[in-house]
Design a protein around this ligand. Structure first.
Ligand code: NAD
Ligand code: DAU
Length: 377
């Protein structure tokens, strides 16, 4: 079936994996990637598919309502997968207004543009979908009731030798919202607007809340790529607080697969949690990263351990995130396909083999890529 799908934030980390998956898997779909190309947007992430006949790129700001109206009408959009956002917690602490503008007003503008267009059509909302990508951070933080870890109650393909849970509680789709950072507050607000557009106007919507992603093309301000790059340059590794915080890690391609499945098979107005069944304390994951990078670079074991540097904690630092994604497993048959050991090996290798990608970002040169590729068209 022919479809015209708008993917926002497709030049970012997760968005680029979603765009690649859809462009390659669905030659009959027209995929429009809309991205403002902020510091986090990098069209080099999509080099391999940029000339595909079913792919188009639009540089635009989701908070520009008139521009959103124009794009959805011009491309006759019938499905939206909305990933564009300001995504880094530390930046939100320094500059909360940018997060409110993009994540709240941007999402609202996109919803409104879609609503006006879809309501103007004879078939109205029939066959339409607004799919909003959100985060587990909206649920707040869980207690760390088992600091040494207990056996995780979840058994999946992702279960590995390290199969720990650090408490008995998990985030469910019904868990009360309790955001703590300006980032998570802005994402929570956007989730509420999406649900309000369903309840008030009857717009077909779906929301998913996912745990921490890792893998290729992640901007090196986030823990895993930042630390891989710092180890390569033998620079300090700033561990916030005591390194005791727990995150639930999911390989990014598994998230993209879940998005594909939910976009096609998810139930309207539902929420699905997506997680890795894979909890790690920061300090433990940092040790795995150090060991892997050292081995792949041919350094003696323990060579980079001295880089670990404990620094002042992040303000309002959430202690533990842990997703229960069994609803998605049960209802749509999704589970992570990759064990963490394999995912982290692939990820470290990718960053070490793609040092030019990393160097162009850290030098700022990637911003010129758009100018050279698209400005002349
Ligand atoms: P990212 O920061 O790597 O990419 C965000 C993209 O959005 C960039 O390409 C950027 O240019 C674009 N963008 C930002 N502001 C925009 C605006 N005003 N208009 C148009 N485009 C704009 O983010 P990511 O890590 O890929 O996250 C993508 C989405 O997934 C976000 O909504 C985030 O909240 C959510 N999420 C991320 C994770 C994670 O671990 N990274 C986990 C769960 C949910
Ligand atoms: O849980 C999903 C969220 O995961 C997404 O919604 C966010 O967009 C994404 O950025 C991520 O948020 P985190 O704050 O968990 O990710 P980050 O990589 O910034 O940090 C991971 C953990 O590592 C966190 O406990 C803070 C810690 N940390 C991070 C950095 C950058 C450090 O100790 N040192 C660092 O330098």
């Amino acid at each position: 079936m022919k479809r015209n799908i708008l993917i926002t934030g497709g030049a970012g980390f997760i968005g680029s994996h979603v765009v690649r998956l859809f462009v390659n898997k669905y030659p009959d779909y027209n995929i429009v990637n809309l991205d403002k190309l902020t510091y986090a947007g990098n069209l080099e992430n999509l080099k391999d598919i940029e000339s595909a006949p079913n792919y188009a790129f639009v540089k635009a700001d989701i908070a520009d309502l008139d521009e959103m109206r124009r794009v959805v009408v011009e491309h006759k959009i019938d499905g939206i997968i909305h990933l564009a956002a300001e995504s880094h917690v530390d930046r939100s602490i320094k500059d909360p207004f940018t997060f409110a503008r993009t994540n709240v007003m941007g999402t609202l503008s996109l919803l409104q543009a879609a609503r006006e267009y879809w309501e103007s059509l004879p078939e109205k909302y029939d066959g339409k979908l607004f799919y909003h990508i959100s985060t587990d951070e909206v649920y707040g933080a869980l207690e760390l009731t088992a600091p040494e870890g207990i056996e995780s109650p979840f058994t999946t393909v992702a279960s590995s030798e390290h199969h720990h849970a650090y408490g008995e509680d998990f985030f469910l789709e019904t868990t009360k919202y309790d955001p703590h950072s300006p980032y998570s507050a802005s994402k929570a607000s956007s989730d509420h607007f999406v649900r309000a557009y369903h309840d008030t106007y009857g717009m077909p919507t779906v929301v998913t809340n996912c745990s921490n992603n890792y893998g290729p093309y992640q901007f090196p301000e986030k823990l895993i790529p930042l630390f891989i790059n710092n180890i390569r340059h033998h620079k300090p590794l700033p561990v916030y607080g005591k390194g005791e915080n727990v995150r639930d890690w999911l390989y990014v391609e598994d998230h993209a697969r879940a998005i594909d499945l939910i976009f096609h098979k998810g139930k309207i107005a539902e929420t699905y949690n997506i997680g890795g069944f894979n909890e790690w304390k920061n300090i433990d994951i940092i040790k795995v990263i150090i060991k892997t990078v050292d081995r792949l670079l041919g350094n003696p074991e323990g060579y980079s351990d001295e880089l670990i540097t404990y620094v002042t904690d992040r303000a309002g630092h959430d202690l533990r995130y842990a997703i229960d994604s069994r609803k998605l497993q049960r209802e749509l048959g999704w589970e992570p396909s990759l064990q963490f050991e394999e995912g982290i090996e692939r990820t470290v290798k990718w960053y070490l083999e793609n040092q030019e990608w990393m160097d162009r970002i850290t030098s700022g040169a990637y911003e010129q890529y758009y100018e050279s590729m698209y400005a002349k068209r």
